[in-house]
Ligand binder design. Structure first.
Ligand SMILES: Nc1ncnc2c1ncn2[C@@H]1O[C@H](COP(=O)(O)OP(=O)(O)OP(=O)(O)O)[C@@H](O)[C@H]1O
Length: 979
């Protein structure tokens, strides 16, 4: 595009002649970023009006058409706008920085603030993305923004710059005072930045040299990902896919807020402003380490987190192997980056400016010790064991003010740690569109990517697995096996891991060199050696192995070449070569394979793997698993620290789950080829028995119901793990046996981190329940893929509670279609999902066809009058529905009238909620006839609407007519919206 801009033609002639080039250049990135930046500039120069702006940026119109419209408008305006367009193009397409001095704002403050906001637009769009959250919070706190404005700005589909533009657009509409708030904020912000820049320029030369050294080593460490097998690496840029980063669900009642990387250090979600530590929690393989790597890379390249001058990245895995006592100075300089000169001045700078420094600690769960705040350490030059140092840093006893970001699996987050958190964000893995984007990035050939995605579409259990990034990587990596294989494609985690095992081995020795042996027969020695290493590591929380440890387990160079072990990368000055498994889950998998293959494991090993540990469920039982294999000193240490064992339990549980999968009927044949068949059989029986026992123990702990209430079980996380183990085993008799013992009427699994994989397991196991239950899955992440996986057990669900589960029309329509056929299915609650009018037809069908259906709750979705009318069609023909909840939708008067008409003669409806639905008085008149005529109605909820006096009067009169109605709620009506 450079050549298109640098010409000696007249401006208008240039715009005309180079039209195609300009349009292409503006659209080259596929996003509207360039076009919008040019618009920002032209708006701020007043060459475009608001009307022009809206004529160009027409939502839904192709980007090229928008760009052409801009050229038409500018061309028609004459020479001067064309000159400015050329300049803007030059600026946007050749430079990324654009800033104007603070003095300009002051000069223009004399004019109206909204006008200034427009003339400063380009600068604000450039400067504000990093502090958008703070500004949004200020606007909300000052009453200029409502929650809806906040959400409109933060919609995750928008890039940070687009979010700022949306904010500016919203503010324009809010008037002078809102614009003033933004300008004041921008002014302070710029002052702050210029201070930062000024102080940077004033730093001693040595500091700048150190900063450069640190960022270049962080850059070197973070540019590549090493999981792509056998030493091959991939640039993080080429594969990184934004995962789902959210605040804990109880943080806000509205549907989950999606966060960006910058939000991790931003204000959003802060619960304790005095604390320094942000926790990023997520399950095994959800992408925490990769996210940290991305943060490091963006910082080192100067693309994000630039409010921090220094970033020190630590891996708890590497810190584990630090035997010496260290001070903070040692930790920073030895473990991260050594200052070649003036060490003390540099450290003093850090002490003096903690707010400009950030420490990251990846994998707190991998640390041998569990977080404790008992041993205090406040002096940065005092030496202590690494874990003590780390715990004091996280608490802020050491290096107060330095921002610390720590990642951990949720199981290792103790209440003691939670006390010291500034906030928590949760990494939930990939959404369906993230999976799509990851697969496309992984395969250069779009045809291959397309085929992989097609095959995922036809196998929803496999698609469910791909929500976990590590499994998405495996599935995508094994595309050949997946697409060529005439055998069934994997449905279980174990099967996916076996597929990657086969994939790596076959790459090492292609089929032509197998001498007729199966791949497992050929490589079983390697599996055994790596298995032993993995097993001993899991047993004592060791994830980094020395050459000596490899030799001790008989791991040869050929074994290493298979690609499952990679050389550890760390920033330590320690130059000794160490190895780790591609991923901890891979280590768990090999550990399980070792238990199958080994001839000399202790008898107690398997039973101890399946001990449950939920605190409410009795004594801790994992110690013997360790005791069976640990050296006596390790034994003692582990026995001493019950909490440590609990937090380390997760890898043992993953190992146990893999063991179930490896011993399943489907995969047993692999082992029978290379070990004594009696052994495999014996271990399979033992595992099945242990599983059944563990579940029984769980069921026995369920308290008896209070009289008159249903027997309810609030499942502990161990329950979900045991169910997953049964699924991996793929043995219907085990599932049946387990469920025959479950005697509850209500199964509560709220906040249990249930995603599509867990739904697959629940669907598989719960279909064998003896009696129907209420299945409560509120506040999880089932999504559309997950709810579809529940279909096999839907006939055993009397009620299904799916509040806050990210479900859209696509998923719920499948549930309802099946639900119509299930006699037992009587209630559904879907508060706070993503439903629209589109699925209301299905609910209508359900009501028409199920005359025993009792409760439908679809509050806080996106249902309008159109959906309400469709629902009304079904209601007219239904004689059983007792509870109907539509709280927080937008059905308005039209919708209320349709529902009222359908319900006025109902003899079943007991409870109706239309709270917060923009219902006015004409809707209320119609609802008055429901009060009058519906013989069964007891409660009508109409708060938060816009019903005026006549509406209220008609409801009151109707109430006098029907004394059976106990209450009509009418709090908070806003009359101005009426009509
Ligand atoms: N955002 C991402 N983009 C692309 N690939 C990813 C992403 N996140 C994870 N992956 C893939 O999944 C693998 C596992 O992810 P990662 O090691 O980051 O998970 P983790 O949450 O740290 O796991 P654990 O708790 O077991 O340590 C990565 O090596 C990479 O192949």
């Amino acid at each position: 595009m450079e050549s298109a801009v640098c010409v000696t033609m007249l401006p208008q002639e240039f715009v005309l002649r180079r039209r195609a080039d300009i349009v292409d250049a503006l659209c080259i990135s596929g996003s509207s970023e360039y076009l919008e930046s040019v618009l920002d500039i032209l708006l701020s120069q007043e060459q475009l009006t608001w009307e022009d702006y809206h004529n160009v940026l027409v939502p839904g119109r192709p980007l090229h058409a928008n760009a052409r419209q801009l050229l038409d408008i500018v061309f028609s305006k004459g020479v001067e706008p064309c000159v400015d367009l050329m300049t803007a193009l030059k600026q946007v397409l050749t430079e990324s920085t654009y800033a104007r001095g603070i003095e300009d704002i002051n000069e223009e403050r004399a004019t109206a603030s909204t006008h200034t906001l427009m003339t400063q637009r380009a600068r604000l769009v450039h400067e504000l993305p990093n502090s958008l959250d703070e500004l949004l919070n200020i606007l909300v706190a000052s009453g200029h923004f409502a929650a809806a404005d906040y959400e409109m700005v933060k919609r995750p589909i928008r890039t940070p710059s687009q979010q700022v533009r949306t904010l500016l657009n919203q503010v324009q509409g809010k008037g002078e005072s809102a614009a003033e708030v933004v300008l004041q904020y921008a002014e302070q912000h710029q002052t702050c930045n210029s201070l930062l820049n000024k102080s940077e320029q004033n730093f001693p030369k040595e500091f700048n040299r150190y900063k450069k050294k640190l960022s270049s080593s962080v850059l070197a460490q973070s540019s590549f990902v090493g999981m792509y097998g056998g030493g091959s690496v991939m640039r993080l840029d080429d594969i990184y896919t934004e995962g789902q980063l959210e605040l804990p669900q109880d943080f806000s009642l509205s549907s989950s807020v999606h966060l960006t990387l910058e939000d991790i250090v931003g204000e959003v979600g802060t619960v304790n402003t005095e604390a320094d530590t942000v926790l990023v929690s997520g399950d095994a393989g959800s992408g925490k380490s990769t996210l940290f790597q991305r943060m490091h890379l963006l910082w080192a390249r100067g693309e994000a987190f630039q409010n921090f001058l220094l970033l020190f990245p630590f891996s708890c895995r590497m810190l584990n192997s630090e035997q010496r006592e260290l001070s903070v100075i040692d930790l920073l300089f030895h473990h991260c980056c050594w200052p070649d000169r003036d060490k003390d001045e540099i450290f003093q700078f850090i002490l003096d400016n903690p707010h400009l420094v950030i420490f990251t600690f990846d994998g707190l769960d991998e640390l041998k010790d569990t977080f404790s705040d008992e041993q205090r350490l406040c002096c940065p030059s005092q030496c202590a064991p690494v874990s003590i140092l780390l715990f004091n840093l996280l608490q802020g006893c050491l290096m107060k003010g330095v921002r610390k970001i720590v990642s951990s699996r949720p199981q290792a987050v103790t209440p003691a740690l939670k006390k010291h958190l500034r906030k928590e964000v949760i990494l939930k893995g990939f959404s369906p569109s993230d999976i799509d984007s990851f697969v496309r990035k992984h395969h250069n050939d779009p045809t291959v990517a397309f085929k992989v995605l097609q095959s995922l579409k036809t196998n929803k259990a496999l698609l469910g697995l791909c929500h976990s990034p590590v499994l998405c990587w495996i599935v995508s990596q094994c595309h050949k096996e997946l697409l060529d294989n005439c055998e069934e494609s994997p449905k279980s985690i174990t099967h996916a891991f076996l597929m990657i095992l086969q994939h790596f081995f076959q790459r090492q020795s292609p089929a032509s060199r197998t001498d007729g042996l199966s791949w497992m027969q050929q490589h079983h020695q390697t599996v055994l050696h790596l298995g032993q290493l993995a097993f001993e590591g899991i047993n004592s929380s060791i994830f980094v192995f020395s050459q000596a440890e490899l030799s001790k387990c008989g791991v040869t160079e050929l074994d290493v070449e298979s690609g499952f072990l990679i050389q550890s990368k760390g920033m330590s000055s320690n130059q000794i070569k160490t190895f780790e498994f591609l991923h901890v889950t891979m280590q768990c998998f090999f550990a399980a394979a070792f238990i199958v293959l080994s001839t000399n494991i202790e008898h107690c090993t398997i039973p101890r793997l399946y001990k449950t540990h939920d605190t409410k469920m009795g004594p801790l039982g994992s110690t013997c698993f360790h005791a069976c294999l640990s050296s006596s000193s390790q034994q003692q240490q582990l026995l001493d620290d019950r909490e440590t064992i609990e937090t380390k339990q997760q890898n043992i549980q993953i190992t146990a789950m893999f063991l179930c999968g490896l011993l399943s009927q489907k995969h047993q044949c692999l082992w029978l080829q290379c070990c004594v068949s009696g052994n495999v059989e014996k271990r399979t029986k033992q595992v099945a028995k242990c599983l059944s026992k563990a579940l029984q123990k769980h069921f026995k702990s369920i308290p008896q119901p209070v009289q008159g209430e249903k027997k309810s079980m609030h499942a502990m996380p161990d329950f979900v793990w045991l169910i997953k183990c049964i699924y991996e085993m793929q043995d219907i008799s085990v599932a049946k046996e387990a469920m025959s013992k479950m005697d509850v009427q209500h199964l509560k699994l709220t906040y249990c981190n249930i995603g599509p994989v867990e739904c697959t397991a629940l669907g598989y196991v719960l279909q064998h329940l003896k009696n129907p239950v209420g299945l409560q899955l509120d506040y999880n992440s089932a999504g559309d893929v997950g709810v579809e996986q529940l279909l096999p057990c839907l006939h055993m669900c009397q009620s299904l509670y799916l509040r806050n589960n990210n479900i859209s029309d696509e998923g719920i329509c499948k549930v309802i279609t099946k639900g119509i056929l299930c006699e037992n299915f009587q209630k559904i609650a879907l508060f706070n999902n993503k439903l629209t009018d589109k699925c209301m037809k299905n609910f209508s069908e359900l009501l028409k066809n199920k005359q025993n259906f009792l409760a439908l709750r679809v509050g806080n979705n996106n249902i309008s009058a159109v959906g309400a009318k469709q629902l009304a069609e079904g209601l007219k023909l239904n004689h059983s529905l007792q509870h109907l909840g539509l709280w927080g939708n937008k059905i308005g008067d039209t919708g209320a009238k349709a529902l009222a008409y359908a319900l006025e003669n109902s003899s079943s409806l007991v409870w109706l909620s239309l709270v917060g639905n923009d219902v006015g008085s004409s809707g209320a008149f119609a609802l008055a006839s429901v009060i009058r005529n519906c013989s069964s109605l007891q409660e009508l909820w109409l708060s938060d609407n816009c019903i005026t006096r006549p509406g209220v009067e008609s409801l009151t009169q109707a109430l006098q007519h029907n004394i059976r109605v106990k209450s009509v709620w009418l709090k908070k009506q806003s009359p101005q919206q009426d009509g």
